[in-house]
Design a protein around this ligand. Structure first.
Ligand SMILES: NC(=O)c1ccc[n+]([C@@H]2O[C@H](COP(=O)([O-])OP(=O)(O)OC[C@H]3O[C@@H](n4cnc5c(N)ncnc54)[C@H](OP(=O)(O)O)[C@@H]3O)[C@@H](O)[C@H]2O)c1
Length: 286
């Protein structure tokens, strides 16, 4: 047994009381590096880098910002549940799997289908009983022309709202049991400046902007509901990012946006829940 004095590794209760009250015990059953705070309340897994290892679930992680987030969390030493529609075709994720063996789990997930979400959660439960960070990243858009007043229709509106607004809510609902077992659970919903009503001085884009504004409201409601379980919930704008969705004129490489989001999420406390964040730590008006 080995005493550790790192402030960051105490459970929340002992952290509040100060480092002298809580000392970490290391036990290594079957060679697994794990620790438990001496108050006995929270077992804590440690990453290969010796930091607290988070279980991070990321939707739409096979490309774009989701893939960059998966890479960033793996680099940090966390375990990533990389959800995507077709893992068998997710070659970038498969390559990451080879590089970070044992810390990447590919999870088939179509976020617009409740059955698929439930199956994904069941698969995750075969690996862990805890999700520390749920990142609802999967999102969609269609052409600007499709979303003009002239051409917008029910199909486009409902299709985009289903993935961008409703799916993150259903993900949070279905992951609640896993999240509640975490010491510092967080639900991060990838929103957009285009979801800020205050920042909107243009027309069109009814489905995409409307869906992200709805996601912001859903995030606020979730933050209020889940505060009782100490679950932090926040919508985060990733910036204008060079992905299939963001296009070639976008200003930010996905790696830079992802690094900002990882740092932002790491530092979030309960006081930050229910606020509309930017990737670089700034805040948007609703
Ligand atoms: N890029 C930007 O500038 C920007 C700006 C503001 C906000 N955002 C938001 O950031 C998030 C990621 O954007 P991105 O730029 O990385 O987009 P992207 O390059 O278009 O990638 C979207 C990802 O979402 C997945 N996805 C879409 N529909 C899905 C569904 N029904 N079920 C499961 N996965 C689904 C895609 O999977 P497939 O590969 O299977 O299609 C893909 O992995 C989105 O929520 C987006 O709205 C992006």
């Amino acid at each position: 047994m080995e005493a550790v004095t790192s402030w960051a590794n105490f459970c929340d209760g002992c952290h509040d009381r100060g480092p002298s009250r809580g000392q970490l015990r290391y036990n290594r059953p079957h060679g697994v590096r794990a620790s438990v705070c001496s108050c006995g309340r929270f077992p804590v897994a440690l990453s290969p880098k010796g930091i607290l290892m988070h279980n991070v679930l990321i939707t739409g992680s096979n490309r774009g910002i989701g893939l960059a987030l998966a890479k960033a969390y793996l680099e940090r030493g966390d375990r990533v549940f990389a959800a995507c529609r077709t893992p068998e075709r997710a070659t970038d994720l498969q390559a990451l799997d080879a590089e970070h063996s044992g810390r990447l789990v590919l999870v088939p997930l179509e976020v617009g289908e409740l059955d698929s979400i439930r199956q994904a959660v069941e698969l995750i439960k075969t690996h862990t009983d805890t999700v520390d960070i749920l990142i609802n990243n999967a999102g969609m858009n269609t052409s600007q022309e499709d979303q003009t007043l002239e051409y917008i229709d029910f199909t486009t509106m409902i299709g985009i709202f289903r993935i961008n607004s409703f799916a993150p809510l259903m993900m949070a609902q279905q992951c609640l049991t896993l999240l509640r077992r975490s010491q510092q659970p967080k639900v991060i919903n990838l929103s957009s400046e285009m979801g800020s009503i205050a920042a909107t001085d243009y027309g069109g884009w009814y489905a995409y902007c409307g869906s992200k504004a709805a996601l912001n409201m859903i995030s606020k409601l979730l933050a209020n509901d889940l505060g009782r379980y100490n679950i932090i919930v926040a919508p985060v704008d990733p910036g204008w990012v060079q992905t299939d969705m963001g296009g070639d004129d976008a200003t930010l490489p996905p790696e830079e946006s992802a690094a900002g989001i990882v740092a932002l999420v790491e530092g979030m406390t309960s006081a930050d829940s229910g606020k509309f964040w930017m990737w670089d730590g700034g805040q948007h008006e609703w």
